[in-house]
Write a protein that binds this ligand. Structure first.
Ligand code: AP5
Length: 256
């Protein structure tokens, strides 16, 4: 099995080089994931990247990495920390600058899977412009959907690794040793924005600011709508089929 790139160029900025550098897959995918908080975007991103060879570019992970001291905090990023704790969206100009500073990752030879960006129509237009400057385009935008009660159950049991960013769930995807990351042995934590009040604010932000992107990408002919019910492996198979990944490449979709 190939070693996943450490995503350091994305998490810490363009002065860093990923180790190992992603290999060029047979087919390069450039995709974005849409969906409400807790629908399972990060979980699917991890599985999809293993299958497609793409790099997982999550804006939420960049912010969380910055707050744990992995890179120097600009005043705008420091302000973003409080915004995220409340469950509100970080201002468009801060997020767009952060992505623009990492635009080399969009030219990654392994392709990319954007997770959590774009989240507003302003951000989607900015992404269109950045990609056009790079001479590339999105292949598709995968939109996951799930009833609210299932989302709340997923968020309530989530635990994350503050070191390698792996995502677990206390019942549906527990680590081998309780409270400890399978990959790097770090103690797992709850995300600060997984408290009931912040979840409510995040859902409202999704409805008001991110839902319009469904129409935006539908109109652009890029939208791929996928039900997010069932196990992560079932959702992965659904997604690979919708992307037209040949059946032979969809085998071995269980978690490592
Ligand atoms: P971000 O980190 O992007 O969070 P989010 O969109 O709220 O999404 P989550 O990470 O909460 O959920 P997910 O869909 O990835 O679900 P997961 O796979 O973890 O953003 C956080 C904050 O950063 C934002 O609120 C905002 O403040 C700021 N921000 C980031 N980007 C921004 C932008 N572009 N503009 C402005 N602000 C921005 O799964 C959830 C749980 O369910 C896990 O425990 C998992 O194990 C479990 N699970 C997953 N799949 C299944 C399944 N099939 N069955 C059972 N359990 C499952």
């Amino acid at each position: 099995m190939t070693v996943a790139p450490d995503r350091i160029a994305w998490l810490q900025g363009s002065a860093f080089r990923c180790d190992p550098e992603p290999e060029a897959p047979e087919r390069v995918y450039r995709l974005a994931l849409l969906g409400p908080p807790g629908v399972g975007k990060g979980t699917q991103a991890e599985l999809l990247c293993q299958h497609l060879g793409t790099c997982h570019l999550s804006t939420g992970d960049v912010f969380r990495a910055a707050f744990t001291g992995a890179c120097t905090l600009s005043p705008a990023l420091a302000a973003a920390q409080d915004t995220m704790r409340r469950g509100e969206l970080v201002p468009d100009d801060v997020v767009i600058l952060l992505v623009r500073e990492r635009s080399r990752c969009l030219r990654c030879r392994g392709g990319f899977l954007l997770d959590g960006f774009p989240r507003t129509v302003v951000q989607a237009r900015a992404l269109d412009a950045i990609l056009a400057e790079q001479g590339i385009a999105l292949d598709g935008v995968i939109s996951y959907h799930l009833p609210l009660d299932a989302i709340v159950a997923r968020l309530g049991g989530r635990r994350i690794c503050p070191q390698c960013k792996a995502v677990y769930h206390v019942t549906s995807h527990p680590p081998r040793q309780e409270g400890i990351c399978d990959h790097c042995g770090t103690a797992l934590v709850r995300r600060e924005d997984d408290c009931p009040e912040a979840i409510r604010v995040r859902m409202q932000a999704y409805e008001a600011d991110t839902c319009p992107l469904i129409d935006y990408y539908q109109a652009a002919g890029k939208l791929i709508s996928i039900p997010a019910s069932g196990t992560p492996e079932e959702i992965l198979l659904r997604t690979l089929a919708a992307l037209g990944v040949p059946e032979v490449q969809r085998s071995g979709t269980g978690r490592a």
